[in-house]
Design a protein around this ligand. Structure first.
Ligand code: G1P
Length: 293
């Protein structure tokens, strides 16, 4: 079944990113020349997904505005003959992009946030994309598209994973593949998944990095999931149940991800995306050389 919908849980208050996130959503913070969330929506569209469901909060209205048409600005740029700027502006709200928003009234965890999208997603399989994680594009076909294609073929949920240092496993959902290795761009059945394990209890160092392809049946499991790690309703716990019912596959990212939800991860993303920028990259590299000690 083709996957055309993505759920983006954006209700989180972004306390790890204060003071930047005091009056603007953390997802609207800029990496080089675009807000983080725009990269995520572009990643979805590149995978053939054009229906975005934002699970949001009253303080996050700027996100919806960013993907809406801004007639006044368009008319003004048109009047001034600024064609390139007009194109950049229109790219933020392509006609085939459909954004819907639903509110998460209470901060009860990621699993709860995903469940809030149920009335809009309905019976269709869907993708969950954590909005402060940027996934490096490697190769002509994106990792997310490979995951949705694999889902269509195998009918099993796909969870993106990436190795992290063992010191950091306690910040993630961590998967077990029955002790076997998983190479980049490959998938394998998971035998266990745990949310935020202590280092000593982690079944591996393969961490869930914020891209999931899920069947609609996950909603019923989420509705019956009790609070877990941190007292929150965890998506990972519902995935653990799904694993027993239908099997779930882990997919090993080919490139890498950047966690823009923490300050150092954000700085690294700015460096990487700045260097890779088609117009600014070369000058940025020269500039950076001046800062090397
Ligand atoms: C969430 C998920 C976790 C995942 C992580 C990736 O945790 O619950 O399984 O590994 O995102 O960023 P959070 O970072 O919201 O605590």
């Amino acid at each position: 079944m083709k996957v055309t919908k993505a759920v983006l849980p954006v209700a989180g208050l972004g306390t790890r990113f204060l003071p930047a996130s005091k009056a603007i959503p953390k997802e609207m913070v800029t990496v080089v020349d675009k807000p983080v969330i725009q990269y995520v929506v572009e990643e979805a569209m590149a995978a053939g997904i054009n229906e975005i469901v934002l699970v949001t909060h009253s303080s996050k209205r700027a996100i919806e505005d960013h993907f809406d048409v801004n007639y006044e600005l368009e008319a003004e740029l048109e009047r001034r003959g600024k064609k390139e700027l007009l194109e950049i502006l229109r790219d933020t709200a392509p006609p085939d992009l459909k954004i819907t928003a639903v509110r998460q009234g209470k901060a009860l965890g990621l699993g709860h946030a995903v469940c809030c999208a149920r009335p809009i997603v309905g019976d269709a399989p869907f993708v969950v994309m954590l909005p402060d994680v940027l996934v490096e594009q490697s190769g002509a076909v994106s990792d997310l598209r490979l995951m949705t294609e694999r889902f269509a073929l195998a009918g099993q949920a796909q969870i993106m994973v990436e190795p992290v240092p063992y010191e950091r496993v306690s910040q993630y959902g961590v998967v077990d593949l029955n002790g076997s290795d998983l190479h980049q761009g490959k998938h394998a059945l998971m035998s266990q998944v745990v949310e935020k394990p202590a280092r000593a209890d982690a079944p591996s160092n393969l961490a869930i990095v914020g891209r999931y392809v899920l069947p609609a049946s996950i909603f019923e499991l989420l509705a019956n999931t009790k609070p877990g790690a941190g007292g929150e309703i965890q998506l990972t716990d519902a995935i653990a149940t799904l694993m027993q019912q239908t099997g779930v596959e882990a997919y090993h990212i080919r490139g890498r991800s950047y966690d823009c939800g923490n300050k150092l991860g954000y700085l690294e993303a700015t460096l990487a995306y700045g260097l890779a920028h088609p117009l600014l990259g070369n000058d940025f590299q020269v500039m950076l050389a001046r800062y090397q000690r």
